[in-house]
Design a protein around this ligand. Sequence first.
Ligand code: SF4
Length: 147
Amino acid sequence: MRRVAISACLAGKSCRYDGKDNYAQALLEMLEGDELILFCPEDSAFGSPRPTMDLIETHRGVEAVCNESGVLRSEAIRAYARNFFDQHGTIDLFIGKDRSPSCGVCSARVYDREKNLLNSAAAGLMAQEAIDRNITAVDAEKFEGQV
Ligand code: SF4
């Protein structure tokens, strides 16, 4: 049995910025028999619903910035990610929601301060922590397409 960390919204949790979910029935059917460990750094840190945030390239590197307030949101996401992986031990596979600034694996968008798109194949902040820990990580849509 694999231990699979998966974005909670894909499993039906209403934790998106708009209080909805991204329930992915076909994906979940592919994971039957695996142990699913749900995560949602944004719901944990900011609740749901919440203002959206984008990844912005800054002089300090890529940071999550709240679109409504302009406030930096990165540290709460990164702290959640570190704590999540520290607490859960061995994770065989990380499946992240495509295009999320937290969970996207190779699909998060990074902008400059003027909101020009710089990169549409970046890792979100939580996905980056998984990658840094050498955990196999994949976007949900890619996983559905390749398995
Ligand atoms: S994509 Fe990630 S941060 Fe966004 S709602 Fe889903 S689990 Fe939460």
